[in-house]
Design a protein around this ligand. Structure first.
Ligand code: ZN
Length: 571
């Protein structure tokens, strides 16, 4: 045995010696190149920080001002700041330098990572300027058509909010059908322009070396189509059953509300025109709880309790309704050295409890907790999906009565609150996940072959993933009535992947920090270890790890659908 082992060791030594010689000779050959590349990369990053950082801060400040004031001049200043930033990244000479560095060998992993991030950011802005103008003009034209389009019922124009009200409240199937069909009419108005836009986008992508626009968008976001589709196949597999069960329950309730049979349900019976949200049919009293509880105080207490205090963020934020202000909510890291702010419009409701937990979740995953030792270019979240994921992970607690109770909020019946909240959450997540399947697969196929029968493609995808029935004989460009196809192309899947990330990190915290045997039910309030976990496992690398490397670093596994699916199969 012993001698048997000895020989291979000698061989290994010999082979290692050969390998060392080989490595040395290849190093010697590469050495001048690598050192030159390292030097060039270092210079590029320094120039980037000096030139682009002030423009980035200006964009963020202008954005904040416009959205809090709503004034025309502030919006004009925002556009101007954005243009200056875009122009800098479009600079051909700089891009040529960057491309050469990106193609060369870099010995420092941290530098290589930053160069790769910047390469993608600059590449996006390298579209042929003439072509870009045509694309922007075409997209604007379509968006304008959306803005002026009004559904008509019985010859009378009705506002978008009225469409939504009728689809939510009307018990009259005929009226619902008329409103739904009319709301889809905008698709017909824009279909020809949309097809042209898709061709133009594909042309731009091909000029930059991609097979089509969808493939390019994913590349720019550090994803590839095969990888994302594989993940969505897994998601489909694991949630098809729970979704079908949830939909059956919804269908029974809806059919009863309209006094029709379940088989008679049509797409216009589902409240949301695309069935991307859950119909509001399960009696929800969650909002009442917030009449007596201060949302902001609960958030402050929660984030302090887990060791991620946000008092400085609140002090800089703009949190309540006022004239001219954006009605939405968002969080922004202005300068990557701790000036982090939230814009919100808090009113006492479960929705705003969740939204504030969400936005403040973004705020803790920022330069507040990403160490200043992480270089500027990477001192941000790893990816849009990881920051959305962190925000969604904290948002979940607004639907837990036990969590609110533990936080000291007054909740008359925490168990009942949780029951309702969990059902809402289940329906929302499952329905949204099916909708994301439709968007991902439809857009991918559309950019692959824009000349195909898109009406048929849309409905076959909707039927397969959302289990809706195409109305008999319908042959209309219904995909064209979804504005995101125009204004946020190839993007929806990131929200879904963010949700998978949220569930996967939550399950890891449940296991490793809380030692819980039932991760989907796990809650925490006063536990600094949670903040420590987030800082070391999720925040510390900033963007120095790509989204999937970060997922592995944080949870031990690459991003997958198991933890998400477990939320719907657990007892
Ligand atoms: Zn968000």
């Amino acid at each position: 045995m012993c001698s048997h082992r000895r020989l291979p060791i000698i061989l290994v030594v010999l082979l290692t010696a050969v390998a060392v010689v080989l490595v040395q000779s290849s190093l010697a050959a590469d050495k001048p190149g690598a050192a030159d590349s390292d030097k060039a990369a270092g210079q590029f990053l320094a120039a980037y920080e000096a030139e682009v950082r002030p423009l980035e801060i200006a964009v963020n400040l202008a954005w904040w001002k416009a959205n809090t004031s709503g004034k025309d001049e502030d919006f004009a200043a925002k556009v101007e700041a954005q243009n200056k930033y875009d122009e800098k990244l479009a600079d051909r000479k700089r891009f040529a330098e960057l491309k050469a560095i990106h193609e060369g060998k870099l010995s420092d992993k941290t530098v290589a990572r930053q160069i790769d991030m910047l390469y993608r950011a600059y590449l996006e802005k390298q579209v042929d300027p003439e072509l870009l103008k045509r694309i922007t003009a075409k997209a604007n034209e379509i968006e304008k058509a959306f803005n002026v389009y009004r559904a008509k019922v019985a010859g009378k124009e009705i506002a978008d909010s009225e469409v939504r009200r009728i689809l939510k409240e009307s018990k009259d199937s005929k009226e619902r059908q008329a409103v739904w069909e009319s709301s889809k009419g905008v698709g017909k108005t824009v279909a020809a322009d949309l097809k042209e836009l898709v061709f133009l986008r594909n042309e731009a992508a091909r000029k930059l070396g991609f097979k089509n626009y969808h493939a390019m968008q994913l590349y720019l976001n550090e994803q590839d189509q095969e990888q994302v589709v594989k993940l969505f196949d897994e998601l489909d597999e694991l949630t098809r059953g729970p979704f079908a069960a949830a939909k059956r329950e919804i269908d029974v309730k809806l059919a009863a509300n309209y006094a029709i049979d379940v088989d008679e349900l049509q797409p216009w019976h589902y409240h949301d025109p695309f069935f991307q949200e859950s119909p509001s049919i399960f009696d929800s009293q969650l909002d009442q709880v917030f009449a007596n509880n201060d949302i902001l105080a609960l958030c402050r207490k929660f984030y302090t309790g887990i060791g991620l205090p946000i008092d400085d963020v609140i002090a800089r934020s703009d949190l309540y309704e006022k004239p001219g202000k954006s009605p939405h909510a968002f969080c922004t890291d202005i300068d990557r050295v701790g000036d982090v702010r939230v814009l919100a419009n808090i009113v006492p409701s479960e929705y705003w409890m969740g939204t504030m937990l969400h936005e403040l979740g973004h705020s803790v995953y920022s330069s507040k907790n990403i160490p200043p030792t992480v270089p500027y270019a990477a001192r941000t979240a790893s990816h849009i999906l990881t920051t959305e994921g962190v925000a969604m992970m904290f948002e979940r607690f607004s639907k837990s009565g036990e969590w609110l109770d533990k936080m000291g909020a007054s909740v008359p019946d925490p168990k009942k609150y949780t029951e309702t909240g969990m059902k809402m959450r289940r329906n929302q997540l499952l329905i949204f996940s099916r909708w994301c399947q439709v968007m991902l697969r439809f857009e991918k196929a559309m950019y692959e072959n824009p000349g195909q029968d898109l009406n048929a493609l849309w409905w076959s995808t909707v039927e397969k993933y959302q289990l809706l029935k195409k109305p008999a004989g319908r042959n209309e460009p219904d995909y064209g009535s979804k504005i995101h196809v125009v204004s946020a192309p190839a993007y929806y899947h990131n929200y879904m992947m963010g949700q998978l990330f949220a569930c996967q990190v939550h399950a890891t915290i449940a296991r490793e920090v809380l030692h819980s045997s039932d991760p989907p039910q796990a809650i925490y309030t006063d536990n600094k270890q949670v903040g420590e976990f987030m800082k070391s496992r999720v925040f510390a690398p900033g963007a120095l790890l790509s989204w999937n490397a970060l997922t592995k670093h944080a949870t031990g596994e690459e991003l997958n659908a198991k933890a998400f699916a477990a939320e719907f199969t657990a007892k």
